[in-house]
Design a protein around this ligand. Structure first.
Ligand code: ZN
Length: 111
């Protein structure tokens, strides 16, 4: 039996825009994606404070800021050509390869 996973076109390394919440309208690069949980982590967004253990760099330990996970459904892929969040469709190249493309301008997002 296949595991249930979040259906998404988003992949690690994509630039995405946040649709809702405190980081609304901000964009960032996807660092991690967990389709089983339906969450992802975006570089420099949704920072949460965490206590860190003492280390060589910080002998006292302390509070560090780290990216927290967000819901995949709360973000959208940004098309570089349109320069805004867009809907994605699947295209087939001549060699049969499946690629993601912008619905608006047709720009292929996979290279
Ligand atoms: Zn586009």
């Amino acid at each position: 039996m296949a595991e249930k996973t979040e259906k998404t076109y988003i992949k690690k390394g994509d630039t995405v825009s946040v649709l809702t919440g405190k980081e609304k309208d901000k964009t960032g690069k996807v660092l991690m994606i967990n389709t089983k949980k339906g969450t992802l982590v975006i570089e420099k967004l949704n920072l949460v404070k965490r206590h860190s253990r003492p280390s060589k760099a910080a002998p006292q330990g302390g509070i560090i800021e780290k990216e927290g996970s967000m819901k995949i459904s709360n973000v959208n892929i940004v098309c570089e050509k349109c320069n805004k969040p867009v809907r994605i469709k699947m295209n087939f190249l001549d060699d049969g390869k499946k690629v993601r493309a912008c619905v608006k301008c047709g720009e292929i997002l996979d290279r």
